[in-house]
Design a protein around this ligand. Structure first.
Ligand code: 5RP
Length: 225
């Protein structure tokens, strides 16, 4: 079993009957969705899923997980998602799969948030992974130039065909190749203040549990908030 499957299965154990569960996006979250689907079908686990991308909605729908639109629920009990980087103090970068806008909206509604990763995602400081910034198409070159002026090494994300990557909301993504982020909260506030920026991939003070895949099995770390 690979680490992604290991942590996906472990995370699915935290899902309880009657919960509203945020279902993340990505190759690790894929295994969690599989494992939750298995529990729904084999144990009769009764949950409502809220998905974070069209990809996850298709996957969960095919497995027969009952789903609701985020607009139609009052709260989410638990969200389980992957991450691209997690720092020593449990701050994160997400959006490598381009779904960070919906992922953040779902996480923000959630009482508990579990991130599932292998140990390659654990870093001392954030920033080696390019920070995704979702931007509206209108005026996106202006935002890009501002990032260039600030020496943030921006690049427009491309899809497999070499076209500009489009998010589920029809926006573009600019990845910032920062190498090291010294003050994530300051950077997040500045990005939040920019007109034309829809959402960035800094997920700060968000996660409540991290499950790491290791040679010795899944390690569950509780994060005090
Ligand atoms: C998608 C995400 C993913 O959770 C993140 O990119 C990790 O993906 P993977 O598990 O495939 O490495 O943020 O927007």
């Amino acid at each position: 079993m690979n680490f992604k499957e290991m942590v996906g299965n472990k995370a699915a154990e935290f899902v309880k009957d009657g919960m509203v569960v945020g279902l993340g996006t990505g190759s690790t979250a894929y295994y969690m969705v599989e494992a939750v689907g298995k529990r729904v079908n084999e144990e009769g686990l009764s949950i409502t899923g809220v998905t974070t991308s069209n990809r996850t909605a298709d996957h969960a729908g095919k497995l027969g997980i009952p789903l609701k639109d985020i607009n139609d629920i009052e709260k989410i009990d638990l969200t389980i998602d992957g991450a691209d980087e997690i720092s020593d103090d449990y701050q994160g970068i997400k959006g490598g799969g381009g779904a960070h806008l919906f992922e953040k909206m779902v996480a923000n509604q959630s009482a508990e948030v579990i991130w599932i990763v292998d140990d390659s995602k654990l870093v001392h400081k954030l920033g080696a992974f390019p920070l995704p910034v979702e931007v509206v198409k209108f005026g996106c070159q202006q935002v890009f130039r501002l990032f260039e002026k600030k020496h943030m090494k921006p690049s427009f994300r491309k899809d497999d065909k070499g076209d500009l990557y489009l998010t589920d909301s029809g926006n573009y993504i600019i990845d910032l190749h920062l190498e090291e982020i010294d003050k994530p909260h300051e950077l997040a506030s500045w990005l939040d203040s920019l007109t034309g920026v829809v959402e960035h991939g800094l997920f700060l003070d968000c996660v409540t549990k991290v499950i790491v895949g290791t040679e010795n099995g899944p390690e569950v770390k509780d994060v005090k908030r």
